[in-house]
Design a protein around this ligand. Structure first.
Ligand code: AMP
Length: 401
Protein backbone atom coordinates (compact mmCIF):
# COMPACT_ATOMS: atom_id res chain seq x y z
CA UNK A 1 0.00 0.00 0.00
CA UNK A 2 1.34 3.44 -0.94
CA UNK A 3 0.46 6.45 1.18
CA UNK A 4 1.01 10.08 0.17
CA UNK A 5 1.52 12.38 3.16
CA UNK A 6 0.67 16.04 2.63
CA UNK A 7 1.52 18.92 4.93
CA UNK A 8 -0.12 21.98 3.49
CA UNK A 9 0.80 25.48 4.67
CA UNK A 10 -0.64 28.77 3.45
CA UNK A 11 2.07 29.20 0.79
CA UNK A 12 3.81 25.83 0.91
CA UNK A 13 3.08 22.15 0.47
CA UNK A 14 5.35 19.37 1.72
CA UNK A 15 4.86 15.78 0.58
CA UNK A 16 6.27 12.30 1.12
CA UNK A 17 5.25 9.12 -0.65
CA UNK A 18 5.59 6.00 1.51
CA UNK A 19 5.56 2.35 0.59
CA UNK A 20 3.93 0.95 3.72
CA UNK A 21 5.11 -2.62 3.10
CA UNK A 22 8.43 -1.55 4.64
CA UNK A 23 7.64 2.09 5.58
CA UNK A 24 10.23 3.28 3.07
CA UNK A 25 10.07 6.76 1.56
CA UNK A 26 9.83 6.56 -2.23
CA UNK A 27 10.05 10.32 -2.77
CA UNK A 28 9.62 13.56 -0.92
CA UNK A 29 9.48 17.20 -1.79
CA UNK A 30 8.34 20.70 -1.15
CA UNK A 31 6.46 23.36 -3.08
CA UNK A 32 7.26 26.83 -1.78
CA UNK A 33 6.01 30.32 -2.54
CA UNK A 34 2.57 29.16 -3.74
CA UNK A 35 0.66 32.21 -4.96
CA UNK A 36 3.81 34.16 -5.75
CA UNK A 37 5.38 34.76 -9.12
CA UNK A 38 8.16 32.23 -8.97
CA UNK A 39 7.10 29.18 -6.99
CA UNK A 40 9.72 26.52 -6.34
CA UNK A 41 9.11 22.80 -6.55
CA UNK A 42 11.87 20.67 -5.07
CA UNK A 43 11.50 16.91 -5.57
CA UNK A 44 13.74 14.16 -4.19
CA UNK A 45 13.14 10.64 -5.42
CA UNK A 46 14.87 8.19 -3.05
CA UNK A 47 18.12 7.05 -4.66
CA UNK A 48 17.52 9.35 -7.64
CA UNK A 49 18.45 12.80 -8.81
CA UNK A 50 17.03 15.74 -6.88
CA UNK A 51 15.19 18.18 -9.13
CA UNK A 52 14.16 21.81 -8.62
CA UNK A 53 11.75 23.66 -10.88
CA UNK A 54 10.75 27.30 -10.71
CA UNK A 55 7.26 27.92 -12.08
CA UNK A 56 4.20 29.98 -11.42
CA UNK A 57 1.99 28.03 -9.02
CA UNK A 58 -0.88 30.26 -8.02
CA UNK A 59 -2.83 27.96 -5.74
CA UNK A 60 -2.80 24.59 -3.99
CA UNK A 61 -4.76 22.82 -6.72
CA UNK A 62 -1.98 23.50 -9.21
CA UNK A 63 0.63 22.59 -6.59
CA UNK A 64 -0.93 19.15 -6.10
CA UNK A 65 -1.18 18.65 -9.87
CA UNK A 66 2.54 19.46 -10.25
CA UNK A 67 3.43 17.13 -7.37
CA UNK A 68 1.44 14.28 -8.95
CA UNK A 69 3.03 15.00 -12.33
CA UNK A 70 6.47 14.82 -10.69
CA UNK A 71 5.66 11.57 -8.85
CA UNK A 72 4.59 9.97 -12.15
CA UNK A 73 7.22 11.67 -14.34
CA UNK A 74 9.09 9.26 -16.64
CA UNK A 75 12.49 10.63 -15.53
CA UNK A 76 12.05 11.74 -11.89
CA UNK A 77 8.93 9.81 -10.90
CA UNK A 78 8.65 6.80 -8.61
CA UNK A 79 5.23 5.48 -9.66
CA UNK A 80 3.71 4.92 -13.08
CA UNK A 81 0.25 6.24 -12.36
CA UNK A 82 -1.70 8.11 -9.69
CA UNK A 83 -3.77 4.93 -9.29
CA UNK A 84 -0.83 3.46 -7.37
CA UNK A 85 -1.52 5.90 -4.50
CA UNK A 86 -3.83 3.98 -2.16
CA UNK A 87 -4.43 6.66 0.47
CA UNK A 88 -3.54 10.24 1.37
CA UNK A 89 -2.76 11.49 4.89
CA UNK A 90 -3.10 15.18 5.70
CA UNK A 91 -1.55 17.04 8.59
CA UNK A 92 -4.03 19.38 10.26
CA UNK A 93 -2.85 21.69 13.05
CA UNK A 94 -6.03 22.17 15.05
CA UNK A 95 -8.53 19.43 15.84
CA UNK A 96 -10.04 21.27 18.80
CA UNK A 97 -12.07 19.04 21.10
CA UNK A 98 -13.70 17.34 18.13
CA UNK A 99 -10.77 15.10 17.21
CA UNK A 100 -9.15 12.97 19.88
CA UNK A 101 -7.50 10.84 17.19
CA UNK A 102 -6.85 10.79 13.46
CA UNK A 103 -9.97 10.37 11.31
CA UNK A 104 -11.16 9.50 7.81
CA UNK A 105 -11.92 12.52 5.67
CA UNK A 106 -15.66 12.74 5.10
CA UNK A 107 -18.17 15.59 4.96
CA UNK A 108 -18.46 15.61 8.71
CA UNK A 109 -14.68 15.83 9.29
CA UNK A 110 -14.35 18.61 6.71
CA UNK A 111 -17.11 20.73 8.19
CA UNK A 112 -15.58 20.26 11.67
CA UNK A 113 -12.13 21.35 10.43
CA UNK A 114 -13.74 24.39 8.81
CA UNK A 115 -15.56 25.19 12.04
CA UNK A 116 -12.22 25.10 13.86
CA UNK A 117 -10.75 27.77 11.57
CA UNK A 118 -11.84 30.18 14.27
CA UNK A 119 -9.26 28.62 16.64
CA UNK A 120 -6.48 28.29 14.04
CA UNK A 121 -7.06 31.04 11.48
CA UNK A 122 -3.56 30.73 10.02
CA UNK A 123 -3.31 26.95 9.86
CA UNK A 124 -6.62 25.18 9.29
CA UNK A 125 -7.55 27.05 6.08
CA UNK A 126 -4.24 25.89 4.57
CA UNK A 127 -4.96 22.29 5.53
CA UNK A 128 -8.41 22.56 3.97
CA UNK A 129 -6.84 23.87 0.74
CA UNK A 130 -4.60 20.78 0.67
CA UNK A 131 -7.57 18.46 1.27
CA UNK A 132 -9.78 20.11 -1.36
CA UNK A 133 -6.98 20.12 -3.94
CA UNK A 134 -6.18 16.45 -3.21
CA UNK A 135 -9.81 15.43 -3.56
CA UNK A 136 -10.05 17.24 -6.88
CA UNK A 137 -6.93 15.57 -8.28
CA UNK A 138 -7.21 12.14 -6.67
CA UNK A 139 -10.95 11.43 -6.69
CA UNK A 140 -12.03 8.31 -4.88
CA UNK A 141 -8.75 7.85 -3.00
CA UNK A 142 -9.42 7.54 0.76
CA UNK A 143 -7.93 10.32 2.89
CA UNK A 144 -7.15 10.68 6.58
CA UNK A 145 -6.57 13.75 8.73
CA UNK A 146 -3.97 13.70 11.51
CA UNK A 147 -4.04 16.47 14.09
CA UNK A 148 -1.25 18.20 16.03
CA UNK A 149 -3.63 18.59 18.96
CA UNK A 150 -5.04 15.03 19.19
CA UNK A 151 -2.33 13.50 21.43
CA UNK A 152 -2.96 16.19 24.05
CA UNK A 153 -6.70 15.56 24.24
CA UNK A 154 -6.02 13.18 27.16
CA UNK A 155 -4.88 16.08 29.37
CA UNK A 156 -6.81 16.43 32.62
CA UNK A 157 -9.06 19.44 33.10
CA UNK A 158 -6.76 20.93 35.74
CA UNK A 159 -4.05 21.15 33.07
CA UNK A 160 -6.11 22.37 30.15
CA UNK A 161 -8.38 24.96 31.74
CA UNK A 162 -7.28 28.56 32.23
CA UNK A 163 -8.31 30.31 35.43
CA UNK A 164 -10.62 32.76 33.65
CA UNK A 165 -14.43 32.96 33.62
CA UNK A 166 -15.85 29.55 32.71
CA UNK A 167 -18.21 31.10 30.22
CA UNK A 168 -15.23 31.62 27.89
CA UNK A 169 -14.63 27.87 27.80
CA UNK A 170 -18.33 27.07 27.49
CA UNK A 171 -18.97 29.59 24.73
CA UNK A 172 -15.71 29.66 22.81
CA UNK A 173 -13.75 26.60 23.96
CA UNK A 174 -10.94 28.78 25.28
CA UNK A 175 -8.58 26.19 26.80
CA UNK A 176 -5.13 24.64 26.38
CA UNK A 177 -4.94 22.34 23.34
CA UNK A 178 -1.20 21.86 22.86
CA UNK A 179 0.56 21.23 19.55
CA UNK A 180 3.34 19.09 18.00
CA UNK A 181 1.29 16.13 19.28
CA UNK A 182 2.36 13.72 16.54
CA UNK A 183 5.99 14.46 17.41
CA UNK A 184 5.60 14.18 21.20
CA UNK A 185 3.74 10.88 20.74
CA UNK A 186 6.27 9.50 18.25
CA UNK A 187 9.40 10.36 20.25
CA UNK A 188 7.96 9.21 23.60
CA UNK A 189 7.06 5.83 22.09
CA UNK A 190 10.41 5.60 20.29
CA UNK A 191 12.23 6.43 23.56
CA UNK A 192 10.42 3.66 25.47
CA UNK A 193 11.15 1.24 22.64
CA UNK A 194 14.82 2.28 22.57
CA UNK A 195 15.10 1.68 26.32
CA UNK A 196 13.26 -1.64 26.05
CA UNK A 197 10.70 -0.49 28.65
CA UNK A 198 6.95 -0.33 28.58
CA UNK A 199 5.75 3.25 28.08
CA UNK A 200 2.99 2.61 30.66
CA UNK A 201 5.70 2.50 33.34
CA UNK A 202 7.53 5.67 32.33
CA UNK A 203 7.44 9.37 33.20
CA UNK A 204 8.81 11.08 30.10
CA UNK A 205 9.42 14.75 29.35
CA UNK A 206 9.60 15.36 25.60
CA UNK A 207 11.22 18.56 24.36
CA UNK A 208 10.25 19.33 20.75
CA UNK A 209 12.53 22.29 20.13
CA UNK A 210 12.56 23.63 16.59
CA UNK A 211 11.68 27.01 15.21
CA UNK A 212 8.55 26.61 17.31
CA UNK A 213 9.00 24.66 20.52
CA UNK A 214 6.95 22.81 23.10
CA UNK A 215 7.60 20.54 26.06
CA UNK A 216 5.20 17.79 27.12
CA UNK A 217 4.80 15.69 30.25
CA UNK A 218 4.02 12.13 29.07
CA UNK A 219 2.83 9.92 31.90
CA UNK A 220 2.30 6.26 31.05
CA UNK A 221 2.07 7.15 27.36
CA UNK A 222 -0.47 9.98 27.82
CA UNK A 223 0.10 13.71 27.51
CA UNK A 224 -0.79 15.14 30.94
CA UNK A 225 0.46 18.68 30.33
CA UNK A 226 2.11 20.63 27.56
CA UNK A 227 3.63 24.07 27.23
CA UNK A 228 1.73 25.38 24.19
CA UNK A 229 -1.78 26.55 24.90
CA UNK A 230 -4.90 27.50 23.00
CA UNK A 231 -2.49 28.64 20.27
CA UNK A 232 1.18 27.81 19.60
CA UNK A 233 2.24 31.10 21.23
CA UNK A 234 2.28 30.01 24.87
CA UNK A 235 5.16 28.37 26.69
CA UNK A 236 8.78 28.37 25.64
CA UNK A 237 10.68 31.25 24.14
CA UNK A 238 10.89 30.38 20.42
CA UNK A 239 12.53 31.64 17.24
CA UNK A 240 10.16 34.55 16.77
CA UNK A 241 7.46 33.86 19.40
CA UNK A 242 7.51 35.30 22.89
CA UNK A 243 6.13 32.27 24.74
CA UNK A 244 4.78 32.98 28.25
CA UNK A 245 4.32 36.53 29.38
CA UNK A 246 2.14 38.41 31.85
CA UNK A 247 -1.19 38.73 29.98
CA UNK A 248 -1.56 42.27 31.34
CA UNK A 249 1.36 43.30 29.10
CA UNK A 250 -0.90 42.95 26.05
CA UNK A 251 -3.49 45.64 26.91
CA UNK A 252 -0.75 47.82 28.43
CA UNK A 253 1.39 47.79 25.27
CA UNK A 254 -1.64 48.09 22.99
CA UNK A 255 -2.66 51.18 24.90
CA UNK A 256 0.78 52.78 25.03
CA UNK A 257 1.70 52.07 21.41
CA UNK A 258 -1.85 52.33 20.03
CA UNK A 259 -1.59 48.87 18.49
CA UNK A 260 -4.43 46.93 16.91
CA UNK A 261 -5.22 43.31 17.78
CA UNK A 262 -3.49 42.15 14.58
CA UNK A 263 -0.42 44.26 15.29
CA UNK A 264 0.05 42.95 18.80
CA UNK A 265 -0.51 39.40 17.55
CA UNK A 266 2.11 39.90 14.90
CA UNK A 267 4.54 41.42 17.44
CA UNK A 268 4.23 38.42 19.77
CA UNK A 269 4.29 35.76 17.03
CA UNK A 270 6.73 37.15 14.48
CA UNK A 271 8.91 39.79 16.12
CA UNK A 272 9.65 38.35 19.56
CA UNK A 273 11.61 35.39 20.94
CA UNK A 274 15.26 34.81 19.97
CA UNK A 275 14.96 37.33 17.16
CA UNK A 276 13.84 40.17 19.43
CA UNK A 277 16.35 39.57 22.21
CA UNK A 278 19.39 38.81 20.05
CA UNK A 279 18.54 41.43 17.44
CA UNK A 280 20.38 39.07 15.11
CA UNK A 281 18.35 36.02 14.15
CA UNK A 282 15.59 33.56 15.04
CA UNK A 283 17.90 30.70 14.09
CA UNK A 284 19.61 28.93 16.98
CA UNK A 285 22.71 28.30 14.82
CA UNK A 286 23.36 32.03 14.58
CA UNK A 287 22.57 32.53 18.26
CA UNK A 288 25.08 29.87 19.31
CA UNK A 289 27.67 31.32 16.93
CA UNK A 290 27.12 34.69 18.63
CA UNK A 291 27.34 33.02 22.04
CA UNK A 292 30.69 31.47 21.11
CA UNK A 293 31.96 34.87 19.97
CA UNK A 294 30.81 36.51 23.19
CA UNK A 295 28.08 38.66 21.63
CA UNK A 296 26.13 39.97 24.67
CA UNK A 297 22.71 40.01 22.95
CA UNK A 298 23.06 36.47 21.63
CA UNK A 299 24.31 35.36 25.05
CA UNK A 300 21.26 36.85 26.75
CA UNK A 301 18.89 35.35 24.15
CA UNK A 302 20.50 31.94 24.64
CA UNK A 303 20.34 32.18 28.44
CA UNK A 304 16.68 33.19 28.43
CA UNK A 305 15.82 30.37 26.02
CA UNK A 306 17.65 27.69 27.96
CA UNK A 307 16.35 28.98 31.32
CA UNK A 308 12.72 28.82 30.16
CA UNK A 309 13.25 25.24 28.95
CA UNK A 310 14.69 24.25 32.30
CA UNK A 311 11.78 25.80 34.18
CA UNK A 312 9.33 23.77 32.12
CA UNK A 313 11.28 20.55 32.61
CA UNK A 314 11.34 21.20 36.36
CA UNK A 315 7.62 21.95 36.46
CA UNK A 316 6.75 18.80 34.53
CA UNK A 317 8.92 16.71 36.84
CA UNK A 318 6.79 18.25 39.61
CA UNK A 319 3.56 17.59 37.67
CA UNK A 320 4.42 13.88 37.35
CA UNK A 321 6.15 13.58 40.73
CA UNK A 322 9.37 12.58 38.99
CA UNK A 323 10.88 11.95 35.62
CA UNK A 324 12.53 8.83 34.18
CA UNK A 325 13.37 10.04 30.69
CA UNK A 326 14.00 13.38 29.01
CA UNK A 327 13.87 13.40 25.20
CA UNK A 328 15.24 16.11 22.90
CA UNK A 329 13.91 16.34 19.36
CA UNK A 330 13.31 18.65 16.32
CA UNK A 331 15.76 21.09 14.69
CA UNK A 332 17.36 22.51 17.84
CA UNK A 333 16.78 19.48 20.08
CA UNK A 334 18.37 17.07 17.61
CA UNK A 335 21.23 19.28 16.49
CA UNK A 336 22.30 21.71 19.17
CA UNK A 337 24.91 20.12 21.42
CA UNK A 338 25.21 23.32 23.47
CA UNK A 339 21.46 23.73 24.13
CA UNK A 340 21.26 20.15 25.45
CA UNK A 341 24.44 20.64 27.46
CA UNK A 342 23.32 23.87 29.12
CA UNK A 343 19.79 22.68 29.87
CA UNK A 344 21.04 19.45 31.44
CA UNK A 345 23.90 21.15 33.32
CA UNK A 346 21.33 22.71 35.62
CA UNK A 347 19.14 19.67 36.14
CA UNK A 348 21.54 17.87 38.47
CA UNK A 349 18.99 18.20 41.31
CA UNK A 350 16.84 15.72 39.34
CA UNK A 351 19.82 13.38 39.02
CA UNK A 352 20.46 14.29 35.38
CA UNK A 353 24.05 13.74 34.23
CA UNK A 354 24.93 13.84 30.57
CA UNK A 355 28.03 12.40 28.95
CA UNK A 356 29.74 15.15 26.93
CA UNK A 357 31.20 12.72 24.40
CA UNK A 358 27.83 11.04 23.80
CA UNK A 359 26.15 14.45 23.59
CA UNK A 360 28.59 15.52 20.87
CA UNK A 361 27.85 12.53 18.60
CA UNK A 362 25.75 13.32 15.54
CA UNK A 363 23.57 10.60 14.09
CA UNK A 364 20.11 10.31 12.69
CA UNK A 365 19.25 7.52 15.10
CA UNK A 366 17.74 7.57 18.61
CA UNK A 367 20.59 7.68 21.10
CA UNK A 368 21.35 7.94 24.80
CA UNK A 369 23.38 10.97 25.91
CA UNK A 370 23.26 10.47 29.70
CA UNK A 371 25.92 8.69 31.75
CA UNK A 372 25.43 5.24 33.25
CA UNK A 373 25.04 6.94 36.67
CA UNK A 374 22.38 9.41 35.59
CA UNK A 375 19.11 8.83 37.46
CA UNK A 376 17.24 10.19 34.46
CA UNK A 377 17.87 8.77 30.99
CA UNK A 378 18.43 11.57 28.50
CA UNK A 379 17.85 10.74 24.84
CA UNK A 380 18.00 12.42 21.47
CA UNK A 381 15.29 10.99 19.22
CA UNK A 382 14.90 12.31 15.68
CA UNK A 383 11.24 13.07 15.16
CA UNK A 384 9.27 11.79 12.18
CA UNK A 385 5.85 13.40 12.00
CA UNK A 386 5.33 12.26 8.40
CA UNK A 387 5.78 8.61 9.37
CA UNK A 388 3.14 8.97 12.12
CA UNK A 389 0.75 10.44 9.55
CA UNK A 390 1.51 7.62 7.08
CA UNK A 391 1.02 4.95 9.78
CA UNK A 392 -2.28 6.42 11.00
CA UNK A 393 -3.51 6.77 7.42
CA UNK A 394 -2.58 3.17 6.62
CA UNK A 395 -4.27 1.85 9.78
CA UNK A 396 -7.46 3.89 9.49
CA UNK A 397 -7.96 3.19 5.78
CA UNK A 398 -7.44 -0.55 6.36
CA UNK A 399 -9.86 -0.53 9.30
CA UNK A 400 -12.49 1.23 7.19
CA UNK A 401 -12.44 -1.41 4.44
P1 AMP B 1 12.41 22.72 12.93
O1 AMP B 1 11.37 23.75 13.18
O2 AMP B 1 12.27 21.50 13.77
O3 AMP B 1 12.60 22.39 11.46
O4 AMP B 1 13.79 23.38 13.40
C1 AMP B 1 14.36 24.44 12.67
C2 AMP B 1 15.36 25.14 13.55
O5 AMP B 1 16.34 24.23 14.03
C3 AMP B 1 16.16 26.20 12.83
O6 AMP B 1 15.49 27.44 12.81
C4 AMP B 1 17.41 26.30 13.67
O7 AMP B 1 17.21 27.26 14.68
C5 AMP B 1 17.51 24.95 14.36
N1 AMP B 1 18.71 24.19 13.98
C6 AMP B 1 18.90 23.42 12.90
N2 AMP B 1 20.15 22.91 12.89
C7 AMP B 1 20.77 23.38 14.01
C8 AMP B 1 22.08 23.23 14.59
N3 AMP B 1 23.01 22.48 14.01
N4 AMP B 1 22.33 23.87 15.74
C9 AMP B 1 21.38 24.62 16.32
N5 AMP B 1 20.16 24.80 15.85
C10 AMP B 1 19.84 24.20 14.70
Amino acid sequence: MKVLVINSGSSSLKYQLYDMTDESVLAKGLVERIGMESSILNHKPTGGQEVTEVKEILEHNTAIRKVLAMLTDSEHGVIESIDEIDAVGHRVVHGGESFKASALVDDNAKSEIRRLIDLAPLHNPAAMMGITASEANMPGIPMVVVFDTAFHQDMPKKAYLYAIPKVLYNKYKVRRYGFHGTSHEYVSKAAAEFLGQSIEDLKIITCHIGNGGSITAVLGGHSVDTSMGMTPLEGLMMGTRSGDLDPAIVPYVMNKEELTVNEVNSMLNKHSGLLAISGVSSDMREITDGLAEGDPNCTLAFEMYEYRMRKYIGSYAAAMNGVDVIVFTAGVGENSVVVREKVCENLTYLGVEIDDALNAIRSGEPRLISTANSKVKVLVVPTNEELVIARDTYRIVNESK
